[in-house]
Design a protein around this ligand. Structure first.
Ligand code: PLP
Length: 451
């Protein structure tokens, strides 16, 4: 392996990183990750780092699974590529679609494949508009989403997302996408109880539908738990009210399960954890545990039947890619064989909930919440008022993230929130290590910002 500095120099000279200020990174040099096993990363200097983010919320079954490497090699030898356009199929795509139909709740029995979550959400925009057009309601085109949501980085998916900095670069959102508030009680709930606030935020959907006119609204899209927005776990009142509103106004409900799918919240899908009955689910990431790029839209019998009446003029070269599909199938087989969803629900999730809640005792931490194996803390200078750090200290999360990496723990920051979503195979002992490291990271952060 070349020396770290040489790799960093090549990277700085030629590699443009996503979601990164590249000049700043080039000046300090990217950390080079060379190997990973289980929940542990190794960098080019030999440091071991606990990956509290499962890569990007995706390596659900952990790193280093030989079975997936073998399946990929076998599929590459047998049939490395063929398309699913023009009336052809192959075993991995057909078998994976059938397996997803078994796992997905309700009558979500039909899958349109993509290479990842962004593409799948772009598919959803076109799917829901075509659906209403075929039902004789071509004016039902508007999609309602939420501020601070993340649905991907393509023009369509970033429009669905509610990230102001993303919209500012490139004139988004596209027409026909509007946003309402998110159920973030800690930051925005004021004097309301969490349940009052959850209901109030859900009712913003009803108000928006009334404002636009029910006949113009095609769908509402949301993550069961907002992930990249900061692991915002909604109050219990939120989802039942959203479901009622979508049913009452004939609006398709799209659950973006790219993060919450495949065990993250202690069920196969977050929709099951929160009692949601979506018409369409977006999946990606944990579908293959990140070992191959694959995603998709899983739609109900009714949506598939309507869409099936026309040619859906849409598709990706890699829709249902045989190697990615074979890897995903093997990943799902391992998840079932090893009882990984049960491990999250019965062992790792409850253990994390107990240990993570202890972090609320730290002087820097306000709220500390988790569901399954996704968790966040809100850093605050004043727990009573739930105040954020003043703008000039707005980089507290960033400082904390830097310290965390140096202390051997990958935690991500979103503003003043620190978030984790480790591989689902994490053991109780490793959860203890994660929480103990997080506590130390908060100590060091507090020392640094008060120095
Ligand atoms: N939807 C959600 C909820 C996500 O968290 C992400 C990625 O983080 C996406 C969609 C986009 O997926 P991808 O990066 O695979 O395009």
């Amino acid at each position: 392996q070349p020396p770290t500095a040489d790799i960093q120099a090549l990277d700085a000279a030629h590699h443009m990183h996503p979601f990164t200020a590249n000049a700043e990174l080039a000046a300090k040099g990217a950390r080079v990750i060379t190997r990973a096993r289980g929940v542990w990363l190794t960098d080019s200097d030999g440091n071991r780092i606990l990956d509290g983010m499962a890569g990007l919320w995706c390596v659900n079954i952990g790193y280093g699974r030989e079975e997936l490497a073998e399946v990929a090699a076998r599929q590459m030898r047998e049939l490395p590529y063929y398309n699913t356009f023009f009336q052809t199929t192959h075993v991995p795509a057909a078998a994976l679609a059938a397996r997803l139909a078994e796992l997905a709740p309700g009558d979500l029995n039909h899958v349109f494949f993509a290479s990842g979550g962004s593409e799948a959400n772009d598919t959803n925009i076109r799917l829901v508009r075509l659906y209403w057009a075929l039902k004789g309601k071509p004016e039902k085109t508007v999609i309602i989403s939420r501020r601070n949501a993340y649905h991907g980085s393509t023009v369509g998916a970033a429009s669905l997302g509610g990230m102001a900095p993303m919209h500012a670069q490139g004139g988004l959102p596209i027409p026909g996408v509007v946003h309402i508030g998110q159920p973030d009680w800690w930051s925005e709930g004021g004097d309301m109880t969490p349940d009052e606030f959850g209901r109030a935020r859900a009712r913003e959907l009803e108000e928006k539908i009334a404002e636009l006119g029910e006949d113009r609204v095609a769908a509402f899209i949301a993550e069961p738990v907002q992930g990249a927005g900061g692991v915002i776990i909604p109050p219990e009142s939120y989802w039942p009210e959203i479901q009622r509103i979508c049913d009452a106004h004939d609006i398709l409900l799209i659950a973006d399960e790219v993060i919450t799918g495949f065990g993250r919240t202690g069920n196969w899908f977050g929709s099951q954890t929160f009692g949601i009955r979506p018409d369409i689910m977006t999946v990606a990431k944990g579908l293959s545990s990140g070992y191959a790029p694959i995603g998709g839209s899983i739609v109900s019998d009714e949506v598939a039947e309507v869409i099936g009446q026309a040619e859906f003029v849409h598709g990706y070269t890699y829709s249902g890619h045989p190697v990615a599909a074979a890897v995903a199938l093997e990943n799902l087989r391992i998840m079932e064989e090893e009882g990984i969803v049960e491990h999250v629900r019965e062992v790792a999730g409850p253990h994390l909930a107990r240990r993570w809640a202890e972090l609320a005792e730290h002087p820097l931490v306000g709220e500390a919440k988790s569901v399954g194996l996704m968790a966040s803390v809100a850093l605050t200078p004043d727990k009573a008022s739930r105040a954020p750090f003043a703008a000039e200290k707005g980089t507290v999360g960033y400082i904390c993230r830097e310290i965390s990496f140096a202390e051997g723990l990958v935690m991500r920051h979103v503003g003043d929130r620190m978030i984790i979503a480790p591989p689902l195979v994490i053991t109780p002992d490793e959860i203890d290590t994660l929480v103990e490291r997080a506590w130390r990271v908060f100590d060091l952060t507090l020392a640094k910002i008060t120095a």
